[in-house]
Design a protein around this ligand. Structure first.
Ligand SMILES: [Zn+2]
Length: 432
């Protein structure tokens, strides 16, 4: 795996300066979530807004370039890092007595906003886990489900297309599923620019996110191919740097399309061969092509190929993953572990976990440690303590090794929780 996560993530959180492009009057404003501004005689078209916590910074970024009023907001999709940083713009509109801009989105964006209200606490919880390493603002509530800016122009259905003109500039909006079912992208012929939203994130597509609902690898590939027909010279990703030059844009789109076709087609092939998830997953990991692994446009810095395999599988398959009826109505994993501990002592399991760890088999060591951690009924016990310590050590190492921000965070979160538990156990042993 490429060791470029940190640089990539620095791009993501917007530490690289904003830029004007396409002969000026087009601006890419950096934030967590890119904000792209097109200046016309009649006013501004703004494609995507950053997270609420960076809204002021992005607003100032826009106003460094132009003082024209906003006429349109376009939401590439309704995620918190694309549709919520509107506050300072609305304050300005109120103060100056300007008309409210139109807000363009796909109809599924409205459904998403409704879902955010129903699942408010749940989303807060998963976002905290997904962004656990970003201290401060991202630890707070990142989405305020009752503060959505509702769309006024709504693209409907799968074939949604919406064209409009502002000043002399034409804008064409298309709908394609990929990361989400509400994604839309923008083509501005005069500027030869595509704004892709999160259909392009300067890294491996965030498809198969472990916490999130179904995403769409095959449709993602088709979206890339549709974009390629435009022969754009500028590609504005949802996160990361502007992609400039016809050849670079083509390369970014075509390798992403190829990777998404590959994941979809190889999983489909194996489903047709009657394989179950475990076999499909491990075979897919073994055949991950080097050209994807080494592509600058597919860096596994946020999502990753291993997650994408899940997305393709889930699209076509139910939840019965193993083909083993033992797993159809399984016993509690704690109860299973307790039975294992009746067959052999926890000390033996710990010793074996250490051997596995020392021979580089970290994942297997984790499975063996879980027998102790799930099956041991005593609260305070040296073996349990040592097992927790080893699990903590392995998770810390795995978290550092993994370039995917999401994978690394999930693993690191569990390590942090174990650390807390270790502290409690240590204090309890002191007082007892
Ligand atoms: Zn995003």
């Amino acid at each position: 795996m490429a060791k470029n996560t940190n640089d990539g993530m620095r791009d993501w959180v917007g530490l690289v300066p904003s830029t004007s492009f396409a002969n000026g009057r087009s601006y890419l404003i950096r934030g967590f979530g890119n904000c792209c501004v097109f200046e016309t005689q009649e006013g501004l078209v703004i494609f995507d807004l950053p997270i609420r916590q960076l809204a002021k910074r992005s607003f100032n970024g826009v106003r460094n370039y132009t003082d024209k009023p906003v006429k349109y907001f376009i939401f590439s999709h309704g995620h918190f890092d694309h549709a919520f940083g509107y506050g300072p713009f609305l304050n300005e509109i109120k103060k100056k007595g300007w008309e409210m801009p139109d807000v363009i989105a796909h109809e599924n964006c409205n459904r998403r906003f409704e879902k955010y209200q129903t699942l408010d606490k749940y989303h807060n919880w998963i976002n905290k886990m997904q962004f656990a390493s970003m201290r401060g603002s991202m630890q707070d509530s990142v989405v305020s489900p009752h503060e959505t800016l509702n769309p006024t122009i709504i693209l409907k259905g799968n074939e949604g297309v919406y064209n409009f003109k502002l000043g002399k500039t034409e804008f064409e909006i298309y709908h394609d599923r990929g990361e989400t079912d509400d994604s839309i992208w923008l083509w501005v012929p005069e500027k030869k620019t595509i704004c892709a939203g999160d259909l392009m994130i300067s890294g491996f597509p965030n498809v198969g996110n472990p916490y999130k609902v179904q995403r769409y690898p095959k449709d993602w590939a088709l979206a890339m191919e549709k974009m390629m027909e435009k022969e754009a010279e500028f590609l504005v990703p949802g996160h990361g740097r502007l992609i400039e030059g016809k050849d670079n844009v083509k390369e970014a789109l075509s390798i992403t399309a190829e990777a998404m076709h590959f994941v979809n087609d190889e999983v489909v092939k194996r489903l047709n061969e009657g394989k179950w998830f475990e076999q499909i997953y491990h075979e897919m990991v073994d055949i991950f092509p080097a050209k994807f692994k080494n592509s600058i446009y597919l860096r596994e810095m946020y999502g990753c190929y291993r997650f994408a395999v899940h997305a393709a599988y889930r699209l076509y398959h139910g939840w019965y993953n193993s083909g083993n009826p033992t797993d159809l109505f399984p016993a509690k994993s704690d109860d299973i572990a307790k039975e294992f501990l009746k067959l052999n002592t926890k000390e033996t399991y710990l010793e074996h976990a250490n051997t596995l760890y020392n021979t580089g088999k970290k994942q297997l060591a984790l499975h063996i440690l879980d027998v102790i951690l799930k099956g041991c009924e005593e609260e305070n016990n040296t073996t349990l303590y040592e097992a927790l310590k080893l699990k903590h050590k392995i998770l810390k190492e795995k978290s550092k090794e993994d370039t995917s921000f999401i994978a690394s965070n999930i693993i690191n979160n569990a390590a942090l929780q174990i650390k807390e538990k270790l502290k409690l156990l240590k204090n309890a042993s002191k007082t007892s």
